[in-house]
Design a protein around this ligand. Sequence first.
Ligand SMILES: Nc1ncnc2c1ncn2[C@@H]1O[C@H](COP(=O)(O)OP(=O)(O)O)[C@@H](O)[C@H]1O
Ligand SMILES: [Mg+2]
Length: 277
Amino acid sequence: MYRDSRTGKGLGSRVVGGGLVVYNETVKKRDGVPAHLAPPSSVPPPLVILQQVSRVYHLGPVRVSALDSVDLELQPGEFVVVLGPSGSGKTTLLNVIGGLDSPTAGRVVVDGMDITRSNEARLTQFRRRKIGFVFQFFNLLPNLTARENVELAAALAGTQRLIDRVMDDVGLTRQSRQFPGQLSGGEQQRVAVARALVTDAPLVLCDEPTGNLDFATGRRILKLMTDISRQTGKTFVVVTHNAAIGRVAHRVLHLRDGRIVQEKDNFEPIDPERLEW
Ligand SMILES: Nc1ncnc2c1ncn2[C@@H]1O[C@H](COP(=O)(O)OP(=O)(O)O)[C@@H](O)[C@H]1O
Ligand SMILES: [Mg+2]
């Protein structure tokens, strides 16, 4: 079942001529032509496809299965929350999607590119242009100002035009010239969000982005993310062990022992401002 990411309405799908086409069940007629005779509009393919992805670590004689035969598809514009206890494979899943780690088995396709068959040089370009990362401990460069941290990501991706707008979107124009050490935790995370958004990357991967923030600040960061996801159509994957955060997502995945053990569509995501935890 595919969902229109904006209206949340269900979309029927069927396969025609080998390609997947999707049409909106609620549209009965197009231009006066009965729906079954009108050419169906095609939708973009999933932004992310994981097929039977496993990641095994060997610690001496011990074999740790951080991801175990995971199948997953993420649609453009989706806001997905991944929940699971510590050690369940959440970070490994993000790293494998973002090309920071390679699976030991399976296939990962992002925006049409099979990253499991790419060499390092292509993977570097892939990470710069296709992925925005947001981490729990911000990972900013301490000797660059807030704005310079954002400018560097833009320069690496070759997309300078969004810098001013993104600094404004995250509310940091005034703090542009401050160094990370001169910013609060929430402000540092806003720099990290700006850095992830300053490119044309269609996918933003966030690993415990509110894990190091107080409740009110964490909620503001989430609000920023859901607003931007809606405005830009970027796909967000937010990893957290905080189940309350699932309520803002279109879809919630539960990981345990490297497997997706539960998957829930959320047809009425709430505004992060209404979150309590
Ligand atoms: N580099 C590594 N070397 C060995 N084991 C690892 C490594 N990274 C993760 N693991 C193991 O893989 C499992 C999943 O880890 P991780 O993805 O970090 O979980 P989570 O983010 O949900 O806490 C854990 O058992 C962890 O110890
Ligand atoms: Mg983790």
